[in-house]
Design a binder for this molecule. Structure first.
Ligand code: G3P
Length: 220
């Protein structure tokens, strides 16, 4: 499973990219708005920083306008992936973009039926939102498992991207469910690496090492 960052903040992206585990980035209009900067500049910086797929979201609602916007976004760089919403217009625009060999990410997916539609237009990525389902007392992980199962049974090649992840166990369970990609906020990425026993173990190892150095120096 590839690990993506769900952010438009270039400092967060650069930091995690240095770890060598960053497979790509997902952005959405809310994340772009948080940066209070020109969206084109923000997208270009991210596209240049990370080698993997970078999702850039359309904001037009009508199919023709969404398609035109998608073409423009795709032109920004070869690693750009165009996000379209799961709406009838999103499907129409998405299908045209796919026919132009542009990779698309169908976003705001909350049901297996919607995921089937995304696969039927040959989307590169489908993005079920797990955390937002959990927020309304529904089971986001159950949705992800059902989508992975349906895609396997049907032989769909669309990549399943677990989105709206809120904590490390979401990431672990998404991997067990068979998701192709998990996208997460910076804070969750950092939580993945931390374990108190790692910190305690490292501290003990270093103390013992220093003790040995002292012993050898005194014996010399
Ligand atoms: O980028 C799409 C998705 O991951 C948004 O997550 O936390 O706003 O529900 P969230």
């Amino acid at each position: 499973m590839k690990l993506f960052l769900d952010t438009a903040n270039i400092d967060e992206i650069r930091e995690i990219n240095r770890w060598g585990v960053l497979g790509g980035v997902t952005t959405n209009p809310s994340l772009i708005a948080k940066e209070s900067s020109d969206p084109d500049r923000v997208w270009k910086e991210i596209l240049a920083e990370v080698d993997g797929p970078i999702s850039l979201e359309t904001t037009e609602l009508e199919a023709d306008a969404m398609y035109e916007q998608g073409v423009e976004l795709a032109r920004m760089a070869p690693n750009a992936v165009v996000k379209v919403p799961m709406t009838p217009d999103g499907l129409r625009a998405g299908k045209r973009l796919v026919q132009d060999d542009i990779r698309i990410n169908v976003t705001l997916v909350f049901s297996p039926a919607q995921a089937i539609l995304a696969a039927e237009i040959d989307a590169y990525i489908v993005s079920p939102f797990l955390g937002r389902l959990d927020d309304v007392a529904s089971d986001g992980m159950d949705l992800l498992r059902r989508i992975c199962e349906i895609y396997q049974v049907q032989g769909y090649e669309t990549n399943v991207l677990a989105a709206s992840l809120r904590h490390p166990m979401h990431v672990v369970e998404a991997a067990a469910a068979g998701a192709d990609i998990a996208t997460m906020p910076y804070a969750v990425f950092r939580q993945l690496v931390r374990h108190p026993l790692t910190d305690i173990g490292l501290e003990t190892f270093l103390q013992d090492w220093e003790g040995l150095q002292k012993e050898l120096k005194e014996g010399a």
